[in-house]
Write a protein that binds this ligand. Structure first.
Ligand code: RTP
Ligand code: MG
Length: 141
């Protein structure tokens, strides 16, 4: 018998999403798709947490502006659960670059076209089961 295994992923509504009052809109889209919020917290990230979270990007040219932006104000961290939720949320949020994100996705519909930097793309979501496990342990220790 095939039994669907619920998965968990980490979602961050980034500081631009909180500043633009889009937390409810973004979480509503996630809930409307059938995923459940199983942990939720408003917090401000510090440099150390961000270095661990974005360890794969430390040293890249965009890391410094990304880290500065991510620490610039409160963000919302959430653990989201559901069937194939890791892939599902990546589809729901859309491509990294808001200009390329398709209409219908969070970034395609809501990431501001006047905010040129790619890093102001409203949301983060884990991109693999390994990343999800690592990121959930990091944000919800
Ligand atoms: P995220 O990790 O935030 O969910 O985004 P992602 O997987 O779609 O993109 P990733 O490649 O992991 O990049 C992490 C975040 O860094 C910023 N970024 N800026 N060229 C650039 O200026 C650039 N590239 C990436 C974005 O905020 C991206 O979400
Ligand atoms: Mg990523």
């Amino acid at each position: 018998m095939l039994v669907s295994q619920p998965q968990q992923t980490l979602v961050l509504v980034k500081p631009d999403g909180v500043a633009r009052n889009l937390v409810g809109e973004i979480l509503a889209r996630i809930e409307a798709k059938g995923y459940r919020i199983v942990a939720l917290e408003l917090r401000t990230a510090d440099a150390e947490l961000l270095e661990q979270h974005y360890a794969e990007h430390v040293g890249k040219p965009f890391y410094a502006p990304l880290a500065e932006f991510m620490a610039s104000g409160p963000l919302v961290a959430a653990v989201i659960e559901g069937h194939r939720v890791i892939e599902g949320i990546r589809t729901l949020i859309g491509a990294t670059d808001p200009t390329l994100a398709l209409p219908g996705s969070v970034r395609g519909d809501l990431a501001s076209a006047t905010d040129a930097p790619v890093h102001r793309n409203l949301v983060h979501a884990s991109d693999s089961p390994e990343a999800a496990a690592r990121e959930i342990a990091l944000w919800f220790a």
